[in-house]
Design a protein around this ligand. Structure first.
Ligand code: NAP
Ligand code: MG
Length: 399
């Protein structure tokens, strides 16, 4: 059988620990036998990040901006314990943070749904994709404990000397205050990424804030979304047969819980933090959660939502075979290959990505699963296999 050809290479960002092992297995077992894989390889494994003073992460992100589509393996974000373990020169920053800053993107997360593993919310039939704004609000706040009677004020000093002030509160005794900010440019980039990604996956976009209470701050989010929608996306949404829906955050939560899913839900930073954990845990396993970073100019970086699965890696190092679930990492590859195929007009590459996803979902639905799914799955003859056996079962289906 002739292998499927590619035109433009994918930016391939390798990573750490168990996911690095799975990365290689995915390529060898389910990709390379079928596709003449073209990638530009960047080793973001922690030892190589340390060797290059993290330059490799910056180079990879810049190349992703140039080529448009990247696929990334999970990577270690160093902490004190990793400094010792890997004898690092420095506590390097989170690669995902570095890449997100360079691509200026928004992260979209969606669960892979399979029959037999039902979401805890029984009406959810289709995946809910969640987009979290990754800048500002409470994550960049300034807080103060007020220890006694005091007047707290908001003061803005403009470059030209104008000053605006508002009283926050006249304290009669001890209390607390918090200052938050966001910037139009970041909200605009977030909005564009969301509208673009909704068109991409052809799903309705929902956005919610608390603008009835926060009449300037949250209202600004609402206005920016509406303006960008009206000026740049309204016609495209109509053409695609999807809608943009704005409501209050509490109403959105109530509606999502009663819905059948199948929407893209854009959230402010804090709402996204809370709601993504809710959607993820309601859908069962972290190993079944996909993630893609989309820049407002339409560049894509696909990855799994989980980390490097350290506990499994330490068992692997002792010579044990592990039953680590490769689904989210595999879907990072299919997402990237499909997008590359669409951009380059390669129908057979797009079709391959579809077939590979279907083969892997069918494999699970027929009862061949990894250990993490065992307690979640209802199946008369399930068989828990190791990672390699699981991937080989998928490859057999593809053949
Ligand atoms: P993790 O790697 O996501 O793993 C946490 C636990 O979740 C695992 O021990 C395992 O549970 C389960 N799990 C996650 N993925 C699985 C899979 N594919 N198959 C089966 N089980 C899976 O999180 P962590 O242990 O907190 O973090 C490990 C490292 O990953 C850290 O160094 C962190 O910096 C990094 N990290 C990277 C990213 C990223 O690159 N995007 C994201 C998060 C964390 P059991 O042990 O019970 O089987
Ligand atoms: Mg969280």
């Amino acid at each position: 059988m002739a292998k499927i050809q590619m035109k433009t290479p994918l930016v391939e960002m390798d990573g750490d620990e168990m996911t690095r092992i799975i990365w290689k297995q995915i390529k060898e077992i389910v990709l390379e036998p079928f596709v003449d894989l073209k990638t530009e390889y960047f080793d973001l494994g922690l030892p190589h990040r340390d060797e290059t003073d993290d330059q490799v992460t910056i180079d990879a992100a810049n190349r992703a901006v140039e080529l448009g589509v990247a696929v990334k393996c999970a990577t270690i974000t160093p902490n004190a314990q990793r400094m010792d373990e890997y004898k690092l020169k420095q506590m390097w920053k989170s690669p995902n943070g570095t890449i997100r800053a360079i691509m200026d993107g928004t992260v979209f997360r969606a669960p892979i749904l399979v029959k037999g593993i039902s979401p805890f919310v029984s009406c959810w039939k289709k995946p809910i994709t969640l987009a979290r704004h990754a800048y500002g609000d409470v994550y960049r706040d300034v807080e103060m404990y007020v220890s006694d009677k005091a007047k707290a004020e908001l003061v803005v000093t403009y470059e030209d000397g104008r000053v605006e002030r508002k009283t926050i509160h006249e304290f009669k005794g001890p209390g607390i205050i918090e200052g938050m900010h966001n910037v139009d440019a970041s909200i605009e980039a977030f909005a564009r990424s969301c509208f673009m990604y909704a068109l991409d996956i052809k799903q309705d976009l929902w956005f919610a804030t608390k603008d009835t209470i926060s009449k300037t701050y949250d209202h600004r989010f609402k206005d920016i979304f509406q303006e960008i929608f009206d000026n740049e996306f309204k016609d495209k949404f109509e053409e695609a047969g999807i809608t943009y829906f704005y409501t209050l955050i509490d109403d959105a939560v109530a509606r999502v819980m009663r819905s059948e899913g199948g929407m893209l839900w854009a959230c402010k930073n804090y709402d996204g933090d809370v709601m993504s954990d809710m959607v993820a845990s309601a859908c069962g396993s972290l190993a079944m959660m996909t993630s893609v970073l989309v820049s407002p100019s339409g560049k894509y970086e696909y990855e799994a939502a989980h980390g490097t699965v350290t506990r499994h890696y330490y068992r692997y190092l002792k010579g044990e075979t592990t039953s680590t679930n490769p689904m989210a990492t595999l879907f990072a590859w299919t997402g990237a290959l499909r997008k590359r195929g669409q951009l380059d007009g390669l129908d057979d590459l797009v079709a391959f990505a579809d077939k590979l996803e279907k083969a892997s979902i069918d494999t699970i639905e027929e009862g061949t699963i990894t250990g993490d799914l065992n307690s979640l799955m209802d199946h008369p003859n399930k068989k828990v296999v190791n990672t390699e056996e699981f991937l080989k079962a998928i490859a057999a289906k593809l053949n």
